[in-house]
Design a binder for this molecule. Structure first.
Ligand code: NAP
Length: 319
């Protein structure tokens, strides 16, 4: 089980969450992994942190604020800021490791048996921890041997260096390839682009994962800030006395099978975002957002083409 996580039945966890106000640092919505592990539906990203966009002290304060408000899922990667984002998260989680869920990623050019073990050791050193809660393959390249990756992740899991593993930027055809290798179905999550302005996963990947009880981790849930002044989100926010950003995040996590990892180096923004853990959108509000931001036909076409690629591969290999 993942550190810092409850394995209580979902109903119990949700009841406990509902009873507690956000301002006290208590949790809101949760998402359940296949193994029963429960994580908060809202976390914090770190792609642009520790690179001078804000003063480092402000960014660290933002991360600590998020943790205190229940956004305890912290996403990072070995490549973010050349390791500086992991180091910043290491400073933030020092003394509170058991309160947080740490997710990091190995870059595909390290995705060999030895390379993954070395990359994991380096990430652990930068983060100042002896284990990752979830370790992801950042993306797949033509050279990536998924069998090798799964075996390396499983070896790390057995050695206690990681509690769970997953992938990122995998389309449905990639997930099918993954599930085709031994142990591939132990994948805990797939971290992909998902926000109200980009709903490409809805036509295929999201239902595929839901059918297998696998939650999705949504990156860029604010559309890299393009949604924070969106008029349709702002109108819904006005009805709840919250920001468009909070509505965008509540929208992303509305179904119970998606975790969102917004990034912010501003404590004030993090406080706005944390409101999403307690925010339930009404059917009328969801319908208004659907009509302002429908699934694009190009996204449906993209899914059909991806599925076609998968079927062609199966046909050629006689499966
Ligand atoms: N696996 C992958 O390939 C992949 C790819 C992209 C991202 N990610 C992960 O996902 C995380 C989030 O994605 P992202 O950074 O692309 O985009 P995002 O979270 O959608 O947007 C981040 C931007 O929104 C701003 N922001 C946040 N809260 C705000 C608020 N309440 N009001 C106004 N502005 C606000 C931030 O600025 P301030 O700092 O000023 O608040 C920042 O400029 C990344 O940090 C990373 O961990 C993963």
């Amino acid at each position: 089980m993942l550190a810092a996580l409850s394995t209580a039945p979902p109903a119990a966890a949700e009841n406990a969450a509902a009873a507690a106000p956000a301002a006290s640092g208590a949790k809101g919505r949760n998402v359940k992994f296949q193994d029963g592990t429960i994580v908060p539906a809202l976390g914090q990203g770190s792609w642009h942190l520790a690179q001078g966009r804000h003063p480092a002290a402000d960014e660290e304060q933002a991360l600590r604020t998020g943790i205190s408000l229940g956004m305890t899922l912290l996403d990072t990667a070995e490549i973010y800021g050349g390791g500086r984002a992991e180091e910043m998260i290491g400073r933030v989680i020092a003394g509170q490791r058991d309160r947080v869920v740490v997710v990091s990623k190995v870059a595909p050019d390290h995705a060999t048996a030895d390379g993954i073990a070395r990359a994991c050791a380096a990430s652990l050193a930068r983060l100042g921890t002896d284990h990752l809660d979830v370790y992801l393959l950042h993306w797949r390249t033509r050279q990536t041997d998924l069998g090798v990756v799964v075996a390396a992740f499983e070896a790390l899991r057995e050695a206690g260096k990681i509690r769970a593993w997953g992938v990122s930027n995998f389309k449905t055809s990639d997930m099918e390839d993954l599930f085709g290798v031994p142990g591939g179905d132990r994948c805990a999550t797939n971290q992909v682009l998902y926000n109200v302005g980009n709903r490409w996963i809805e036509s295929d990947l999201l239902p595929w994962c839901e059918q297998r009880g696998m939650p999705i981790m949504a990156y860029s849930p604010l559309g890299n800030d393009s949604l924070v002044h969106d008029p349709a989100l702002a109108r819904v926010g006005a009805a709840h006395d919250c920001t468009a950003a909070a509505v965008a995040l509540a929208w992303a996590i509305r179904g119970g099978n998606v975790m969102a990892i917004p990034e912010s180096g501003s404590a004030a923004h993090v406080k706005e975002n944390a409101v999403a853990l307690q925010l339930t959108l009404t059917p009328a509000e969801l319908a208004a957002l659907d009509s302002a931001h429908p699934v694009r036909p190009s996204d449906v076409l993209r899914s059909i083409l991806d599925r076609g690629k998968s079927w062609l591969h199966d046909f050629r290999s006689g499966e």
